[in-house]
Design a protein around this ligand. Structure first.
Ligand SMILES: Nc1nc2c(ncn2[C@@H]2O[C@H](COP(=O)(O)OP(=O)(O)OP(=O)(O)O)[C@@H](O)[C@H]2O)c(=O)[nH]1
Ligand SMILES: [Mg+2]
Length: 307
């Protein structure tokens, strides 16, 4: 009898709690806000939604876990996500978002990436930018796979008004790079930007070729040369960008990223995931096909645009 009474009391409490919970939810929605702590169903939906967006599995799961550990209301989730994404960028040292250069030394930028992401176009824009900034700039046509690639880079060299090193069709990329370094050193250039052929990250032989290219640079330059290896990522690429970053990182030990084609509707959430997992900063953003359409990356602005 006592047990039945206790059971009835428990049920009454549950009914009352559920009644007041629903009432509070209704009041919350009526006020246009929800002050109740998020529940499991909400978190499961959120997790699926974040993974479906291009934030990546690791980051999404870790974020949802952080809410489970320290719950908040639905209203607060967006702010918590903003902070979490800023912290993801925070894994990268703040100064690292800016390309470090030194006019008194030879600066070399090796530009790599899969086919058609915008390597050559952004080399043209960078060359223009560095020339404006007073660098004696040279570009090297290291994409020897297609004759059209060299013509395209030659056109950019004319637009930017910078010198170019290109060899006859069919030359090895490593020979072009060697010659370009030789010229840069003997003629006192302080900025050398090297174009490379686009390659899929799962083509081992092509990735090996890239590793060798990097060795050629390291072997033929002085210790004080500032070498930056930049991966160009197309902002419209989803999670495949993570695999691109991982594979190119293995082959060439990347320093940073140029996020190209960011002038469209792409939000490029994958960049958070890459910063979170690989600690790789974005340094430039490509915003079109013109000479001036490149900007330095600003983490805060990027996050605002993302939201
Ligand atoms: N809208 C827009 N288009 C871009 C941007 N960057 C490059 N493109 C375009 O993307 C296409 C490919 O650019 P490329 O510079 O040839 O790309 P790539 O990586 O050198 O290509 P491959 O050498 O073939 O691997 C061209 O039509 C460019 O005009 C950008 O920031 N915004
Ligand atoms: Mg190209």
């Amino acid at each position: 009898m006592v047990r039945v009474k206790a059971w009835v009391a428990n049920v009454a409490i549950l009914v009352a709690v559920s009644f007041f919970t629903n009432l509070a939810k209704k009041i919350g929605s009526a006020l246009g806000q929800n002050k109740l702590l998020v529940d499991d169903t909400y978190l499961e939906n959120l997790e699926a939604e974040l993974i479906r967006s291009d934030l990546g599995v690791n980051l999404s799961l870790d974020f949802v876990e952080s809410i489970r550990k320290s719950p908040c209301s639905e209203d607060e989730v967006a702010t918590r996500l903003k902070d979490f994404l800023l912290a993801a960028f925070g894994k990268v040292n703040k100064d690292q978002f800016k390309l470090q250069t030194d006019k008194s030394k030879l600066n070399i930028i090796l530009v790599v990436g899969v086919n058609g992401v915008g390597k050559t176009t952004n080399i043209g824009k960078l060359a223009h930018r560095f020339k404006q900034d007073g660098f004696k700039t040279l570009i090297a046509a290291g994409d020897t796979f297609r004759a059209a690639a060299e013509e395209q880079l030659e056109l950019w060299s004319k637009r930017a008004g910078v010198d170019i090193v290109q060899l006859e069709e069919g030359s090895k990329a490593s020979t072009v790079v060697f010659k370009a370094i030789e010229r840069a050193q003997s003629e006192n250039y302080n900025m050398l930007i090297i174009d490379t052929a686009g390659r899929l990250q799962n083509k081992t032989d092509l990735m090996d070729e890239l590793s060798k290219l990097k060795q050629v640079i390291e072997k033929n330059t002085q210790a004080d040369t500032l070498l930056e290896t930049i991966l160009v990522l197309d902002a419209t690429t989803g999670s495949n960008a993570i695999s691109q970053a991982e594979k190119f990182m293995e082959a060439t030990q990347l320093d940073s990223i140029i996020l190209s084609k960011f002038d469209g509707t792409a939000r490029a959430g994958v960049v958070f995931s890459i910063a979170y997992k690989l600690k790789l900063p974005v340094k430039f953003v490509g915003l079109g096909e013109g000479l001036e359409d490149i900007e330095e990356f600003k983490p805060d602005q990027f996050i605002s645009k993302y939201f």
